[in-house]
Design a protein around this ligand. Structure first.
Ligand SMILES: [Zn+2]
Length: 215
């Protein structure tokens, strides 16, 4: 088998994940953003995709190292690069879930359709009890799992704030969320685990989009 993403250099692995997601139609144009923790001894930080880069053509230098505790840029590999406009959402995830080592956010048609079937007043999307949920280490008959749903505010830090507030009090049973009319965010204890779980959530979103009336 080819190397796991966790065996590759972090930035090379993130660029490869972006290429694969782009080919699947989940990162069209410059959409979506990917990150992975890269702590040194003194400053907790994570590498994140630079803003506005086409996700099918990322190079190892198209990432910035940014802080977890604040919005500092620790390392910039190209002078013109700015961190992804949605960096605050990644930071919120890493702050609430100390074991998260990677956070992946993609825009897919199916996720937008699936969540559009949920009333605007609801904050969760009940998932069908599909076999693939075992990818989230959910080993139970007929699992009743709710995917957290957040409104898509133009002000991204507001989305991040709502995620941090809500998950600090009520962590979800799966390491994933969906922003309405926007896309999914999935995190994992390794980049490979987060990658696998994006595929699981997208499988479920695709199922729900095709199922039509929801479940
Ligand atoms: Zn987005």
């Amino acid at each position: 088998m080819a190397k796991s993403f966790d065996q590759l250099d972090t930035r090379a692995a993130l660029a490869e994940v972006a290429r694969q997601f782009y080919q699947r139609g989940w990162m069209p144009g410059t959409a979506g953003n990917l990150s992975a923790r890269a702590d040194d001894n003194t400053r907790p930080g994570f590498w994140i995709t630079a803003s506005g880069m086409p996700k099918g053509q990322l190079e190892d230098n198209d990432f910035l190292l940014v802080g977890v505790r604040d919005d500092s840029v620790i390392e910039r590999l190209r002078a013109a690069h700015k961190p992804s406009a949605e960096t605050s959402i990644h930071r919120a995830i890493y702050r609430v879930f100390p074991h998260a080592r990677a956070c992946l956010h993609v825009h897919s048609v199916d996720a937008c359709i699936a969540v559009s079937r949920v009333a605007a007043t609801l904050t969760t999307l009940r998932l069908p009890p599909l076999e693939v949920l075992k990818g989230f280490d959910l080993w139970e008959e007929n699992p009743q799992i709710d995917l957290p749903v957040f409104p898509n505010w133009l002000d991204v830090p507001r989305i991040a704030h709502e995620i941090e507030q809500r998950f600090s009090v009520t962590p979800p049973r799966i390491s994933a969320l969906v922003v309405r009319d926007h896309g999914i965010t999935v995190w994992g204890e390794s980049l490979q685990q987060a990658f696998n779980r994006v595929e699981v959530v997208e499988f479920i979103m695709s199922y729900m989009a095709r199922a039509g009336s929801g479940v």
